[in-house]
Write a protein that binds this ligand. Structure first.
Ligand code: EPZ
Length: 425
């Protein structure tokens, strides 16, 4: 059977602009939020990705009509949810599908959604989502791999919820359930990722009353009706971070579409490594330091505004090329070092113990055949392959296709020798 792989002949001179697409993790909850209220929506700056196509299939299975207007814009018509069940077939393809639960409960008062199951980077339970729905008056039962939720008395009711952990998905799901609940919902210890702020801004544009955006405690006053609107999604901060690392590794590469306010902890770490940069009046990000002058640092992944787990693997590739040793402590997902043995096959010297990776600086990568385990791991391997002498193959790039739009085209446009080939397995 053949699946996709990238063949990369590395160490080419790269020069030009890498443009950041719209945020995947921003688009998914906003797409899902159109389930809450009937009407017609226009969403812009949606990345052209597999995960978006998977979500559209799910929304269509629930009764929405979705029309692609151009590469990055969609019209969504909600004439009412016709099916309250999100099937295992669709949810297993993408965990974020579980986000439909809050909106379906808000719209229909009952929902049946497949449990997503584990994934390569960790167990990723949904207990915090369910506790939130229960607090808002939903009776939850789990049977045959599905979560069934039924709103008692037909109407969700606001309450106070303190999340045990600032989970991104749980925060989004509970917000979407609460916007039309009766009374006031207070959610404390919420996630503060920029994608959550974007979801709140979208909902407020529709007439929701969400206060405290970005502050860790949200106060949501339920409203009877929302008004569909047109909305443009923020640029993808993780793609931006990945491209910035490429720009640090390759003199002559610039990045367009960086929102530095979304990347503060990441940029501070780069500065600590010795990276200097400037952004011109058009928002073009340019690195002014030299790769050979960088030194190792310690990074600990944390909920936003801490260092994002999604940039842990790409920065590890950069750390391999810095002087001295670096350290990464992964605190968000329990199994997110699967790229380490693959980077080591490319000449890296990384050891791990539990959730800590120690990265010893090396002079150069050597080309190899490697395999991506998740999308960010895949990006880390592509970066390493671009910097290796000789030909590398990065297998299982369907992971990369889930989260990076036209990656090989963008890289080819700045001089990379990269092609998509069949992977023989
Ligand atoms: C979101 O996942 C992102 N996905 C992830 O990006 C990202 O890595 C993650 O947030 C952390 O920033 C989307 O936005 C679609 P969490 P999510 O709930 O919502 C535990 C990518 O590559 N937890 O904040 O699933 C959980 O097990 C993806 O684009 C519970 O214990 O992340 C994990 O250890 C990968 N119970 C931690 O919290 C729950 O009910 C953080 O998960 C929920 C979560």
């Amino acid at each position: 059977m053949g699946v996709g792989a990238f063949k990369i002949r590395g160490n080419k001179k790269l020069s030009g602009i890498l443009e950041v697409e719209g945020s995947k993790n921003g688009s998914l909850p906003i797409f899902v939020a159109t389930l809450i209220e009937k009407g017609t929506y226009i969403l812009r700056n949606i990345p052209n990705l597999m995960d978006i196509r998977t979500l559209i299939k799910l929304l269509e299975s629930l009764g929405l009509e979705v029309e692609q207007l151009d590469k990055h814009s969609y019209k969504i018509v909600n004439n009412g949810i016709k099916n309250i069940e999100a099937s295992y077939e669709l949810v297993k393809k993408m965990r974020a599908s579980f986000l439909v639960m809050g909106p379906i409960l808000a719209h229909c008062g009952e929902a049946k959604v497949s449990l997503p199951g584990g994934c390569a980077i960790g167990a990723r339970p949904v207990d915090l989502h369910l506790k939130g729905f229960e607090a808002l008056g939903t009776e939850i039962t789990i049977e045959h791999g599905y979560v069934y939720g039924k709103v008692k008395d037909g109407k969700l009711k606001g309450d106070k919820i303190i999340l045990d952990f600032p989970s991104v998905g749980a925060t989004e799901n509970i917000i979407m359930a609460a916007v039309k609940a009766e009374g006031v919902t207070i959610i404390e210890n919420v996630a503060r990722e920029p994608e959550i702020d974007d979801l709140c801004h979208f909902l407020n544009k529709m007439g929701a009353k969400i206060e405290g955006i970005g502050e860790g405690k949200l106060t949501i006053t339920g409203v009877d009706k929302l008004y569909p609107c047109e909305y443009e999604i923020i640029p993808d901060r993780i793609v931006a971070g990945t491209f910035i690392i490429a720009a640090v590794m390759f003199e002559g590469v610039k990045v367009k579409g960086v929102r530095t306010e979304h990347l503060e902890s990441f940029l501070m770490k780069l500065q600590e490594m010795g990276v200097t940069y400037h952004i011109d009046e058009n928002g073009l990000f340019e690195v002014t330091s030299k790769l050979e002058d960088l030194k190792g640092v310690k990074v600990k992944t944390m909920p936003h505004p801490g260092f994002p787990t999604d940039l842990q693997s790409p920065i590890m590739t950069l750390m391999c090329l810095a002087k001295g040793s670096s350290e990464i402590t992964e605190t968000i997902f329990e199994n997110r070092f699967m790229h380490v043995p693959e980077l080591n096959r490319m000449g890296a010297e990384i050891t791990t113990e539990k959730n800590i990776a120690v990265i010893k600086g090396i002079d150069k990568f050597s080309s190899a055949q490697v395999m991506s385990s998740d999308l960010r791991a895949g990006a880390a391997l592509v970066l390493a392959a671009l910097k290796s002498e000789g030909e590398s193959t990065v297998n299982r790039i369907y992971h990369i296709d889930r989260g990076y739009e036209d990656l090989e085209i963008k890289l080819r446009n700045i001089g990379a020798d990269i092609e998509r080939v069949k992977e023989e397995i």
